[in-house]
Design a protein around this ligand. Structure first.
Ligand code: HEC
Ligand code: HEC
Ligand code: HEC
Ligand code: HEC
Ligand code: HEC
Ligand code: HEC
Ligand code: HEC
Ligand code: HEC
Ligand code: HEC
Ligand code: HEC
Length: 312
């Protein structure tokens, strides 16, 4: 059945709009869809009309909007028969892009006819969300407040499907996501095909947006920091301070097995032998960060053999 009943509208939209390559991004005038206007529908759908009028879709001065392409008909198809029938669910072949029975791909076509060329959605089809049949309307509301675009309400929309992240962002160490200071969309472009749908091409570039001081350049770089912040941090939330995945020395020992050669001795008090062991070495050795204070990279040029080890 998919695409049959709704074929008319979609082929109209895709043939005339998509094929012509005319899209929101390129300042196009959309094709006119036929059907009764908002004033007719308002008789029975006052709220839907009011909601529509509150969005940019109803802006007549913008030539690219549905307001200039048949208004309600752009997304719902020609409502003539629906009105004649006195309305009703599916009556007169009226299309509801929010309907559960319509395939995601078909729902999305309506939107993508205009939004495909937006730079943020150009790779939508290759995104994990598109691949899992998530529809534009799974997140967006067209006639009421669009919660997913408000920082404070956005997480709730995501949590409907992402339960694990709900648990994570409630942990003691976390980004201020629930407070609306950092949003999921600050780190994720959910319309993209980037790995993990990162807002920027990579994790580090995404984090640098707000944590610029971690970018360097440093005289001494710490390799994992330049590679991927999530080697040490779980950005949604953890039970350990500073969003760390585990505590030092364990965090560090994933890579620095100081067992064999032992921790180098430089002066009295610096641990010798296997760092996190027993005795003095153990006590001091556990607090790697007590000495290696600039773990993200350091700029010390003086006495760099020792200071360079992220110690100043
Ligand atoms: C840009 C596309 C678009 C335009 C234009 C549009 N709608 Fe909608 N409409 C939707 C989507 C998507 C839904 C599904 C629910 C939602 O997103 O709010 C919907 C839902 C509805 C519903 C409710 C169905 C339900 O779920 O109960 C009605 C009624 C409706 N629209 C009427 C209208 C009327 C009347 C107009 C013109 C004033 C209009 N729509 C313009 C996309 C659109
Ligand atoms: C005479 C009243 C009336 C008029 C005029 C009317 N509708 Fe409806 N419409 C209804 C009723 C009743 C429903 C069923 C609502 C329900 O069951 O929740 C409905 C349902 C809808 C739905 C949801 C369909 C579905 O299958 O989920 C959409 C979309 C819709 N109308 C759009 C429109 C548009 C667009 C217009 C103007 C072209 C319009 N309606 C004019 C009465 C009307
Ligand atoms: C006829 C073309 C057209 C169609 C079809 C269309 N849109 Fe839009 N949409 C626009 C234009 C134009 C804007 C305004 C863009 C801007 O201001 O940069 C817009 C804006 C938006 C916005 C931002 C609204 C705001 O108030 O800032 C969202 C979200 C959106 N559209 C989602 C959708 C979804 C989801 C669908 C499918 C149900 C859809 N659009 C269908 C043309 C369209
Ligand atoms: C997983 C949830 C989700 C899905 C699915 C989704 N969006 Fe969005 N959308 C968002 C969020 C969050 C924002 C606000 C932040 C941003 O721009 O990334 C947004 C913003 C937008 C905007 C306005 C801001 C802008 O970037 O111009 C438009 C237009 C839009 N989406 C269209 C679409 C269309 C079309 C689809 C389907 C192809 C879609 N969205 C699917 C979550 C979603
Ligand atoms: C500070 C940046 C940041 C914020 C804010 C953020 N994320 Fe993430 N998210 C990431 C990074 C980085 C990854 C990839 C590494 C990982 O899997 O831990 C990721 C991964 C994910 C994944 C994939 C997990 C997997 O195991 O594949 C989902 C789903 C997700 N985030 C959802 C969300 C939701 C929902 C929100 C808002 C409540 C959110 N994220 C907020 C940075 C962020
Ligand atoms: C309708 C359900 C649904 C909603 C709502 C939703 N997602 Fe997803 N999302 C999925 C599915 C399904 C996947 C595929 C992986 C999985 O099963 O977790 C996914 C995957 C992801 C991934 C991982 C991408 C990758 O490359 O592994 C991220 C990040 C993500 N979503 C973020 C978000 C954010 C942020 C929001 C809210 C703005 C959101 N999602 C809303 C269903 C949803
Ligand atoms: C949109 C801006 C933004 C982005 C992007 C961002 N952060 Fe943050 N980050 C913040 C804010 C705000 C805080 C809280 C600062 C405060 O509470 O004083 C924070 C705090 C932190 C903290 C300290 C947490 C604590 O317990 O004190 C770490 C670690 C962190 N971020 C890592 C990351 C990583 C890793 C990324 C990339 C995956 C990232 N951030 C992306 C804004 C951001
Ligand atoms: C090798 C592990 C490691 C990597 C990789 C790493 N960090 Fe950290 N990060 C830490 C440790 C350990 C702390 C706690 C520092 C302390 O207690 O003095 C920390 C603390 C932070 C803090 C909060 C304190 C501060 O210095 O502002 C932020 C923000 C932060 N990291 C961001 C990042 C970003 C962004 C990246 C990626 C560019 C990153 N980290 C990569 C280990 C790491
Ligand atoms: C993902 C692996 C990884 C993790 C986790 C990690 N490091 Fe490193 N670290 C490296 C690599 C790779 C180098 C560079 C090794 C080299 O140049 O011989 C390095 C170098 C160092 C150096 C020597 C720098 C120099 O000037 O030679 C110190 C000190 C150091 N790390 C401390 C730590 C501490 C403390 C932690 C825990 C907070 C930690 N590292 C976590 C991979 C890691
Ligand atoms: C009491 C201070 C102190 C503590 C605690 C400490 N270090 Fe060091 N670390 C140093 C000094 C000083 C050097 C430089 C030694 C040299 O250049 O010979 C160094 C060097 C290193 C190096 C470079 C080794 C090499 O062969 O180049 C690594 C890796 C390292 N530390 C990791 C750690 C880890 C992991 C911990 C926690 C288990 C830790 N350190 C705890 C002071 C300390």
């Amino acid at each position: 059945m998919k695409g049959k009943r709704y074929g008319g509208l979609f082929s109209m939209l895709s043939a005339t709009i998509l094929a012509a390559g005319l899209m929101v991004g390129s300042g196009f005038t959309p094709a006119q869809a036929a059907g009764p206007g908002p004033e007719v529908c308002a008789n029975c759908h006052a709220d839907a009309v009011k909601g529509y009028q509150a969005t940019k879709h109803s802006t007549k001065t913008d030539k690219r909007t549905p307001a200039n392409a048949g208004a309600c008909s752009t997304c719902h198809g020609d409502g003539t028969a629906h009105v004649k029938a006195g309305g009703g669910k599916g009556a007169g072949g009226i299309i509801n892009p929010g309907s559960k029975t319509l395939a995601a791909e078909d729902k999305n076509k309506t939107c993508l006819a205009c939004h495909q060329a937006d730079p943020r959605r150009i790779h939508w089809q290759a995104s994990v969300h598109a691949g899992r049949d998530v529809a534009c309307t799974s997140c967006h509301k067209l006639h009421s407040r669009d919660d997913v675009r408000e920082k404070l309400t956005q997480p709730q929309v995501c949590f409907a499907c992402h339960k694990e992240q709900r648990v994570q962002v409630n942990k003691p160490s976390r980004h201020p996501i629930l407070e609306g200071k950092v949003s999921c969309a600050d780190c994720h472009n959910v319309h993209s095909n980037n790995p993990k749908q990162m807002e920027r091409g990579s994790v580090v570039e995404t984090c640098y947006q707000c944590h610029m001081e971690k970018r360097g350049p440093f005289v001494h770089n710490h390799q994992p920091v330049t590679e991927d912040c999530t080697i040490c941090h779980q950005p949604h939330g953890t039970t350990i301070a500073n969003l760390l995945k585990s505590r030092p020395p364990f965090l560090c020992q994933d890579c620095h097995s100081l067992q064999g050669g032992g921790h180098p001795t430089q002066f009295a008090g610096v641990p010798t032998g296997p760092a996190p062991g027993t005795g003095q070495a153990g006590t001091v050795g556990r607090g790697c960060l007590n000495c290696h204070t600039n773990i993200h990279g350091s700029n010390s040029t003086q006495n760099s053999a020792t200071a360079g080890r992220f110690r100043r």
